[in-house]
Design a protein around this ligand. Structure first.
Ligand code: FES
Length: 273
């Protein structure tokens, strides 16, 4: 056997215990329901967010800020002199959350199932062609290993989203004076940013950064503090899937809400003080 074929063989996936053949399984439950529903929801949200954040603005110039609410897809707003009209400011920041979500351990499991049927579900047979794929051992999917770095970066836009939440509860006039209000947009921003924070803090990578590679949790005061933090993050991590889906839906709704305000379809119901 040549060295090259030995490497290829090592990259091939193990057969596993599922029956051979696409969709073959001994399971009797409705295992296909989850990947189908999740695939449809993910495709709707991801397509909307991509169009709204990257394509819509250069084409139609309708605006992404209304009544003091800046769409979360454009925060922090990055503009520079002589910016080309084809370039959406959303793209300058969206690459961070897109990279974070695309490499997320949970989303990887989900979209490998609903887009690639790899596998379609636990103990469900996959297409035999998959045995020739190296998947995360080769380009491009080997880039999934950058998730930890995407996680570090993800806290930058999150910080600015919290500033936007604070600003959303006050309407600033031309003189820079804030007029407090509680508007539907502010509540939506608060819920969305809370869920995005829960999603980021429940990240598997962050949990490992805080509590991983330690042999003794009780040996020093610093390690005891890390253990306490790790326990809190573990509580959040148990529901990482829930944080992932709810935050994806609310960030979509928050942007849609701002777009409807911009176009005058909605006016923000608010209690003003
Ligand atoms: S594992 Fe999902 S965000 Fe890190």
């Amino acid at each position: 056997m040549t060295g090259q074929s030995a490497v290829l063989r090592a990259l091939r996936k193990p057969r596993g215990t599922a029956p051979q053949g696409f969709g073959k399984t001994k399971r009797r439950d409705r295992w296909a329901a989850y990947p189908i529903v999740q695939g449809v929801l993910f495709t709707i949200c991801a397509t909307y967010l991509l169009v709204s954040g990257v394509i819509w603005e250069p084409l139609f110039h309708t605006g992404y800020e209304a009544d003091g609410y800046l769409s979360p897809l454009f925060s922090p707003l990055i503009l520079f002199p002589n910016m080309p009209s084809w370039l959406s400011p959303g793209l300058l920041i969206l690459w961070i959350p897109i990279g974070f979500r695309a490499t997320c351990y949970y989303y990887r499991k989900a979209y490998y199932r609903f887009y690639f049927a790899d596998p379609p579900g636990c103990a469900v047979g996959e297409p035999t062609i998959h045995r020739r794929f190296a998947l995360e051992n080769a380009f491009p999917f080997i880039l999934q290993n950058l998730h930890r770095y995407a996680m570090y970066l993800a806290f930058i836009p999150l910080f600015f989203l919290w500033i936007d939440v604070i600003r959303a509860f006050g309407n600033w006039d031309a003189a820079g004076v804030a007029h407090p209000r509680i508007g539907l947009g502010g509540v939506l921003f608060l819920v969305n940013t809370t869920l995005l924070t829960g999603y980021s803090l429940s990240c598997h990578s962050l949990r490992h950064v805080i509590g991983g590679r330690i042999d003794c949790f009780s040996c020093t005061r610093a390690r005891r503090i890390r253990h306490t933090l790790w326990e809190r993050l573990t509580d959040l991590n148990r529901n990482h899937m829930w944080w992932a889906w709810t935050s994806l839906v609310t960030v979509t709704l928050a942007d849609l809400y701002v777009r409807l305000l911009v176009t005058g379809v909605l006016t923000d119901p608010a209690i003003r003080f």
